[in-house]
Ligand binder design. Structure first.
Ligand code: GLN
Ligand code: ZN
Length: 763
């Protein structure tokens, strides 16, 4: 029989109960006991959902109060001394590492948190010491939670992050130089001990995640998989090694070390083509866990296609050696579609969130076991839904397709090269040396949120809301006058979110009311969903920018979110290549850019902070292909303007080494980038590659309320001038100011402008 399996379930709960409980606990409004009880309640509820759906293999230890990698840091006692020496309760020590702790005389910042592969989830980085040791926690969480489920009548398959991934995803602590992977021999015995305990508790099989297998791995990391030979034995549970978000074909040389494992899980949604090769690698008794239900997106699985894939595997392995699984943990999908009351019924029928996906693996497994007739109704409904989706007017807009077919190479290019453009912009915009600007948003005050809420709820009219926004714009312009900035912004008071705002004004998008996905810790995001061909029914930002320009004495910068960021921070379609969706977004934005210019906006910034996170995980052809269409979509959206109009772009980071050629190829007149928290040395790449255009490396950190002094900013600029020419340099903060208060914003910007004036007079 073909079994069904889920690799992990979202932790938040249907109403983000975990977020609420954590935040209440942090605010001293919930006791520790109540927090732990709420965690337990959520775990049990999630197991029950899967059990009721009929899932054969249900995960445990996939739940985490904050982050599952952080769980393992604590599980192995890989806790830096600055946390372990504080005498905190385990749960507080855990949160201290995850989010810092500033209470009762203790003051420790958090461990570093970074993106989990190419998802929007963030994990806490294992931070290791030169003299690192590991020791299994006294009451190991995976064992505790296995027993908890067992007591509730559910036998689970515990999930562990494997030793190679744990180390490879980690780093040496400040002041240490240890190569994490060199600690493997110390770590493996702890895994053995843990696995023994799991087996003793009754766990027959364990899912061990080694997602780093989708990366290009250094030789040492590959060699580390030899450790798996030690994780097999009579006293140990059987292991299913799970990989996701990519293919593992390039790492097949590690397979000899995995030969004794019970099974291998691969992501056949992202890389279906790896199936044949993987089948060829499996040992004579090994099981394949086939990830055919997308853990990263919200679309209903195409049953027909999924069953075909599973059947290919069955032909080679037989039913008992094939498991139908989600492609990855369902952590990256919202909890349940049931709470969506406002989605158009037509569209809702195309979606499947975590709860629904648990049923999908069951149906596919049943079809593969007993034949299609056994689940005929489900298959028919599914085929009908897919058919309706592919022929819906919502998904197909002939005007958009027609326009895409006529896109030319010339549309991607500005009229003249940068020197000619710059000459025109200089006279047109009359900018001084070291021009000052901000990145777009100004503080989103409580009043702004209140008014927006009232408007959304229909408590004030559109006209009243517009008046309010105008007043906000007037205010920020007055403030920018006082600050003597050179290029103004309108402050973005009308925008709830930099992607949602545009999505709501484009055809082809829909929005959920409760489709929250964990981003990190207690923070969740609710990505818009691209359901069909995208087009712009009407201008989206022109009214506000035009009004702002009409009352400003200085150039007003229009502010747009770029095509790649709109795509990456949404759930994209799975029926059309992402490059096609990016081009549709680009065409919509191109019209907006041209309309802004016609309305008298001659500086236009198109933000692309998500460009880097879209980079395919491995270097090579796939990455280059992505960069080509990503760059093309930016150029297509911006190149429709006259030479005298200045195009800016913004990135929230300055590590461009890996793909500098793409950043250069954007051909933006001005780039504003994060730089205050990273090293000015990163600017060297601009010198090495003789980058000719203008750059505004952030001179201060906007994530903290701290006010940078004028002399500090002058020092920053001095450092930047070691790399960039005076007439190349803009002066601006790292990013938008929406999370700041006005008092610190004014003070910081005053110092920033004074520092710029100092250099202006000097040069
Ligand atoms: N223009 C946006 C802002 O200022 C940019 C935000 C971002 O880069 N994440 O808020
Ligand atoms: Zn930014």
């Amino acid at each position: 029989m073909v079994q069904s399996s889920v690799l992990g379930f979202p932790r938040m709960g249907g109403n983000r109960e975990l977020k609420k409980a954590n935040e209440a606990y942090w605010a001293d409004k919930l006791s520790r006991e109540d927090l732990l009880a709420e965690n337990k309640r959520l775990r049990l509820a999630h197991w029950k959902i899967q059990k009721d759906a009929g899932v054969d293999i249900i995960p445990s230890n996939d739940f985490a109060s904050y982050d599952h990698v952080l769980d393992h840091i604590q599980l192995f006692n890989a806790i830096p001394e600055r946390y372990s020496s504080q005498g905190l309760e385990p749960i507080d020590e855990y949160f201290a590492m995850g989010r810092g702790h500033q209470k009762n005389g203790i003051d420790v910042p958090s461990l570093e948190m970074v993106k989990w592969f190419d998802s929007n989830y963030h994990y806490v980085k294992p931070t290791l010491q030169d003299n690192q040791t590991f020791k299994l926690a006294a009451d190991p969480k995976p064992v505790r939670e296995f027993i908890e489920a067992k007591e509730a009548g559910i036998i689970t398959r515990p999930v562990l992050l494997g030793p190679v991934s744990f180390l490879h995803l980690g780093k040496a602590d400040r002041g240490s130089t240890v190569d994490p992977i060199s600690l493997l021999d110390k770590l493996v015995p702890v895994y053995v001990e843990l696995l023994e305990k799991l087996k003793a508790a009754g766990a027959e099989t364990v899912q061990i995640d080694e997602p780093v297998l989708v990366y290009d791995l250094p030789t040492k990391a590959k060699a580390a998989f030899k450790a798996y030979e030690k994780l097999v034995g009579d006293k140990l549970p059987k292991l299913v090694l799970a990989t996701y978000f990519g293919d593992i074909v390039h790492n097949f040389d590690v397979f000899p070390s995995l030969q004794s494992l019970h099974g291998i899980h691969v992501d056949l949604v992202r890389n279906p083509e790896q199936l044949e090769a993987v089948l060829g690698q499996l040992g004579p008794k090994q099981t394949l866990s086939a990830g055919v239900v997308d853990g990263r997106n919200i679309w209903k699985t195409n049953f027909k296609r999924a069953i075909e894939v599973v059947e290919t595997a069955i032909q080679k392995l037989g039913q008992d050696r094939v498991i139908v699984a989600t492609s990855s943990s369902l952590l990256h999908t919202p909890h349940s579609l049931d709470s969506e009351k406002k989605l158009p019924a037509e569209v809702k029928d195309w979606f499947s969130f975590a709860v629904q996906k648990t049923s999908e693996v069951v149906v596919i497994a049943k079809a593969a076991t007993d034949g299609a007739a056994a689940v005929r109704e489900a298959l028919e409904a599914n085929a009908k839904s897919w058919q309706a989706r592919s022929s819906s007017e919502r998904t197909n807009n002939p005007h958009v397709k027609d326009r895409q077919s006529k896109v030319t190479a010339a549309q991607h290019e500005r009229q003249s090269a940068f020197p000619e453009r710059y000459a025109q912009q200089k006279t047109h915009l009359k900018l001084p040396l070291f021009p000052t600007t901000t990145i777009g948003s100004f503080p989103q005050t409580k009043e702004i949120r209140i008014q927006r809420n009232k408007f959304t709820k229909g408590e004030i009219t559109a006209e009243q809301y517009e008046k309010f926004i105008e007043k906000e714009i007037e205010e920020v312009i007055k403030i920018q006058d006082e600050l003597k900035l050179d290029v103004y912004v309108h402050g973005e008071p009308e925008r709830n979110d930099m992607v949602q705002y545009f999505g709501e004004r484009l055809d082809g998008y829909v929005f959920t009311t409760n489709g929250w996905v964990q981003s990190y810790g207690s923070r969740c995001v609710r990505p818009p969903i691209i359901v069909g061909d995208i087009s712009r029914p009407a201008p989206m930002t022109v009214k506000e920018s035009k009004y702002a320009a009409s009352i400003s004495s200085k150039p007003m910068k229009g502010m747009l979110t770029g095509p790649i960021t709109c795509l990456r921070w949404s759930f994209p379609r799975d029926d059309v290549h992402q490059s096609v969706q990016a081009q549709q977004l680009a065409l919509a934005l191109r019209d907006e850019v041209v309309d802004l210019e016609a309305a008298g906006i001659y500086v236009i910034q198109v933000d692309e902070p998500a460009l880097r996170e879209g980079l395919p995980l491995r270097a090579g052809t796939e990455r280059e292909k992505y960069l080509t269409w990503a760059v093309d979509s930016f150029k297509l959206s911006t190149a429709g303007v006259k030479d005298s109009t200045q195009i800016h772009s913004h990135f929230c980071y300055s590590e461009f080494q890996d793909f500098f050629h793409a950043i250069a190829a954007l051909d933006a007149d001005v780039l504003s980038i994060e730089n205050s928290k990273s090293d000015a040395k990163l600017l060297k790449v601009f010198v090495d590659k003789a980058y000719p255009r203008h750059i505004g490396p952030g001179v201060y950190d906007i994530h903290s309320p701290r006010i940078p002094s004028e002399s500090e900013i002058k020092d920053r600029i001095a450092e930047m001038l070691e790399y960039l020419k005076p007439d190349q340099l803009w002066v601006n903060p790292d990013c938008g100011l929406k999370t700041r208060q006005w008092t610190e914003t004014k003070a910081a910007l005053t110092n920033m402008v004074n520092a710029a004036i100092f250099y202006r007079e000097k040069y």
